[in-house]
Write a protein that binds this ligand. Structure first.
Ligand code: MN
Length: 500
């Protein structure tokens, strides 16, 4: 996916017949102007489609039904330019199954103090029209995003853009297929979960495949295809002589290329958007897939190691949210701590499978022993990650519900680790390592996560709300006692919420 312009959001303005034709004409003119400006804005990533002003329950119902049945419509942006009595919205909102954004704006930025009269006030009354509409959605317990401010305000457009990226990922999720290759790492708990409930909640279809299904594709890779892919490796990565033709590790690099070709072909043929594998079940695969996974993630596939399908699906969603943004998203794992009192931080990595999209500079392709799995030495891309803000996201199955957990972290400058041949990142979690790790553990956060340089807590919050699931955020404000209370209250709320 190169752009999100294949998706569209509908711009729907609510009003009523009370005001007469002249006012309604103005309302329509203003709406068209806003819709056009949004469509042209570089901050707004999807196409904006203007819809005629809705003035009756029937018109509202019809636009909601049409949004539901338009395959590339990610959701609707609603604006009450005037007053639109909200009982008119009940039938439509009950039917709508796409995300809603309530844009609480008005056409003029300033009050024209020297000219304002009753007609102006009558036309520009979203301050109270938006409240009537908002009451109904709150009364119906509908999740939606409320964005307040003038429509030309860049911050307002940015928040709309965030919602659109998330709504695009949400639409994508409804047809996501995840291949769980070789099932789960034995005895591991957090990577398991209710796949039926996940499909009901998020749309993800997760099914297991045997290694034989992948091996057929790996064995079908031709020498010409392998030559071409190895040439690509040579042009894209640093590779010393031992990995090139005539070198001692050349054969291992070619084997890694064969695995990438096979895995990619398997995923393409099955229409998958993500996958998992596990080192305990590799069949006759010669290496654990390393570089193959790193490069597939870069191309937009979600991935989770050891059967972690929740992380694979969540990473896919974050990759759709991030289309076209600078920075990357990767599968990640908490590995080891630096408990030095002068500065505490953490090293994140995985045995191999960190996405190339977060690399700082040109990765180096290397082949080294792995120590687990009992297979041949796998090829992997090694790199550091640049300093800057990031988040880690973990999706958990709590038994009775899903919980999304987010920790804001600050990536610090790389430190030389000449004997560690994997992609790695060093971060200081917010508010600090001790509180963040305790909070993460109290909340049941996994050792696996989705690491992102370009997705913020706002995106993950929007996603959780579209899915109707719990979100817990660990950031500068987090205090352990408050977090513990939040977790207990959430347990109660989500138990009761089914009856609200
Ligand atoms: Mn792992």
């Amino acid at each position: 996916m190169k752009t999100l312009r294949e998706f569209e959001a509908w711009f729907v303005t609510g009003s009523q017949h009370l005001y007469g034709m002249e006012v309604l004409k103005k309302v329509e003119e203003h709406s068209i102007e806003i819709a056009k400006a949004f469509d042209a804005s570089s901050i707004i990533p999807v196409k904006i489609v203007f819809k005629p002003v809705v003035k009756t329950p029937e018109e509202i119902y019809q636009v909601c039904v049409a949004a539901n049945s338009t395959p590339n419509c990610i959701g609707i942006i609603t604006w009450m330019h005037t007053f639109s009595p909200a009982k008119m919205w009940i039938a439509g909102l009950k039917t709508l199954n796409k995300p809603i954004l309530h844009l609480h704006t008005q056409f003029n930025q300033d009050i024209p103090f020297s000219e304002i009269d009753m007609d102006f006030m009558n036309l520009n009354q979203s301050a109270h029209g938006g409240r009537e509409y908002g009451f109904m959605m709150t009364r119906m317990r509908l999740e939606r995003k409320v964005v307040v401010g003038h429509w030309q305000d860049k911050e307002v457009q940015k928040r709309i853009g965030v919602w659109m990226r998330v709504a695009s990922a949400w639409l994508d999720a409804q047809s996501v297929k995840i291949a769980r290759i070789g099932d789960n790492m034995r005895q591991v708990a957090v990577t398991e979960g209710d796949k039926v409930e996940a499909q009901l909640k998020f749309g993800w279809s997760v099914n297991t495949y045997g290694l034989e299904d992948v091996l057929q594709h790996v064995n079908a890779a031709t020498e010409i295809e392998i030559d071409a892919l190895v040439a690509k490796y040579e042009s894209q990565y640093q590779m010393d002589a031992s990995y090139r033709k005539g070198g001692a590790n050349f054969k291992a690099v070619r084997e890694a290329a064969r695995i990438e070709i096979g895995l990619r072909s398997f995923l393409e043929e099955g229409g998958f958007s993500g996958f998992t594998d596990t080192f305990e079940n590799l069949g006759s695969l010669i290496q654990l897939p390393g570089i193959a996974v790193q490069r597939l993630m870069k191309d937009g596939y979600g991935f989770g190691a050891e059967g972690d399908w929740k992380t694979a699906a969540m990473l896919r969603a974050m990759k759709v949210m991030a289309v076209g943004l600078p920075g990357g998203n990767s599968f990640m794992e908490d590995y080891t701590y630096h408990f030095n009192p002068t500065r505490m931080f953490e090293l994140g990595a995985h045995m191999l499978e960190i996405c190339e999209s977060i690399a700082d500079g040109k990765p180096s392709l290397e082949v080294h022993p792995l120590g687990i799995g009992g297979k041949a030495d796998p090829a992997r891309l090694c790199f550091n990650v640049a300093a800057g803000p990031a988040i880690n996201v973990s999706l958990l199955d709590m038994g009775s519900r899903f919980r999304l957990l987010v920790n804001k972290v600050d990536v610090i400058n790389p430190i030389e680790m000449p004997k560690l041949p994997v992609a790695r990142v060093l971060w200081a979690p917010q508010p600090n390592l001790k509180i963040a790790s305790a909070a993460w553990i109290y909340a049941g956060g996994a050792h696996h996560s989705c690491f992102s340089q370009n997705i913020t807590t706002e995106y993950i919050t929007d996603f959780a709300e579209m899915a109707g699931i719990e979100i817990v955020i660990i950031d500068k404000e987090t205090k352990i006692n408050e977090l513990k209370k939040e977790l207990r209250w959430n347990d109660m709320y989500y138990h009761l919420a089914k009856g609200l």
